[in-house]
Design a protein around this ligand. Structure first.
Ligand SMILES: C[S@@+](CC[C@H](N)C(=O)[O-])C[C@H]1O[C@@H](n2cnc3c(N)ncnc32)[C@H](O)[C@@H]1O
Length: 388
């Protein structure tokens, strides 16, 4: 069993889909399978590349391969690589299947639980909302129905599936079933760079089910907390989840490229693991929109996956490309070759810094955790931040 914080598997929070004996057995198997593939089989792929594929290519051509794309082409002919890639993709599909089975069995109950009485926050959905093409075109991470499918009235299905699966996807490394380490890490970065800030209005863009929203809200009980994403069902689940854990958040279905918030409205606008899932064309539009809705002096923080291609070796880049071709992350390489510091500076932000923030379960002022170099996946997260 590799899911930490699993002592409360039955109900880490009231909206979390419950599991029966067979379902938890299946989900634990998938989690262990993913761990086994990552820890035991994946290291063999870089050995195969370094000890066989690159030397063979170098010998045949009389020179070393020019880039990881050439090497990937040769790796794809290797049966070991094919087996690893197939297993990795299959484990991902098994994860969604195993979770969807348990969600569908109890969907009526989850929908009933999402009918929150006397909410502290709010939910605003827009029946005319157009999901951006870069989300609509693929089932991102191979999650059937993606972030925005709606299957019934007052639906919460996609949110429930995502919430239960996320702990398995991260193999527990993002804070067990609350999946909130990234939210605490955003605050840790904010505290480190702006220890005196007292935000009154905060926005989380691309909140999904609110994993990072609820975590950030804990630190600023006086603040008005907002969160946006693209799926009505996803947001209904996120809102109900937040209400059930006592967090007052205003969720709404909006595109981060063009929101309906007034100018100069927020003190802090942040995202967590969103930029790599938006198109290259959308990135500057999102930065411009963050700037518009921030107050002068307001702060923008973006947390991203740490595997920027400029820091990766050949195998790291091939592993990154796997996300594009076999995990429906079409913008992975585009985002992770982007100079985010320049992007934010070009949008007109001041005092811009990028680097890596130590992942934390609890943000504290006065702790140094922001460094130039990555300490590894789930150990530190890429951050870029600046001031309007
Ligand atoms: C990997 S998830 C983010 C996870 C979440 N922020 C967290 O920390 O747990 C990426 C999210 O970004 C959202 N997203 C991507 N582009 C968006 C846009 N233009 N407007 C709003 N949400 C967007 C997706 O719908 C998806 O829910």
């Amino acid at each position: 069993m590799t899911i930490p914080n699993s002592n409360n598997l039955a109900e880490p929070h009231p909206m979390m889909p419950k599991v029966n004996h067979d379902e938890i057995a299946e989900q634990m198997f998938v989690s262990d399978l993913k761990t086994f593939i990552g820890r035991e089989l994946e290291p063999g792929q870089s050995k195969l590349m370094n000890n066989k594929v690159i030397p063979q290519m170098t010998k045949a051509r009389g020179k070393a391969p020019a880039n990881h794309i050439e090497v990937r082409g040769e790796m794809e002919k290797e049966i070991d690589y094919q087996a690893w890639a197939t297993l990795t993709r299959t484990a991902q599909e098994m994860m969604w299947d195993s979770v969807a089975t348990c969600v569908d069995r109890q969907l009526d109950k989850l929908v009933a639980k999402s009918d929150v009485k006397n909410p502290k926050g709010s939910l605003t959905v827009n029946p005319d909302f157009v999901v951006p093409r870069y989300i609509d075109a693929f089932d991102i991470h191979c999650m059937p129905g993606n972030y925005h499918a709606v299957t019934r009235e007052n639906d919460v299905r996609q949110g429930a599936v995502f919430d239960r699966a996320a702990a398995i996807y991260h193999m527990g490394r993002n804070g067990g079933f609350m999946n909130d380490i990234r939210g605490h890490t955003v605050v840790s970065h904010y505290f480190e760079r702006w220890p005196e800030a007292k935000p009154q209005r905060i926005l989380d863009i691309g909140c999904t089910v609110g994993h990072s929203t609820v975590a950030v809200a804990e630190y600023f009980p006086q603040a008005e907390m907002h969160a946006i994403d693209v799926g009505a069902g996803l947001l209904r689940y996120a809102w109900a989840r937040a209400e059930h854990v006592g967090s007052a958040i205003h969720f709404s279905q909006q595109n981060a490229e063009a929101t309906n918030y007034p100018d100069n409205h927020f003190d802090l606008v942040y995202s967590s693991a969103v930029l790599h899932e938006t198109s290259h064309a959308a990135l500057p539009r999102i930065m411009a929109e963050c700037k518009r809705i921030l107050k002068p002096g307001g702060v923008m923080v973006h947390l991203e996956v740490p595997g920027h291609y400029s820091h990766l070796d050949t195998w790291g880049r091939i592993r990154g490309d796997f996300e594009i071709f076999y995990n429906n992350e079409p913008f992975w390489r585009g985002a992770l070759t982007t100079d985010f510091k320049k992007l934010v500076e070009d949008a007109g932000f001041k005092d811009v810094k990028s680097g890596f923030q130590d992942a934390t379960k609890q943000a504290k002022k006065g702790v140094q955790g922001f460094f130039e170099k990555s300490k590894g996946v789930h150990v530190s997260w890429f951050m870029v931040s600046g001031v309007k």
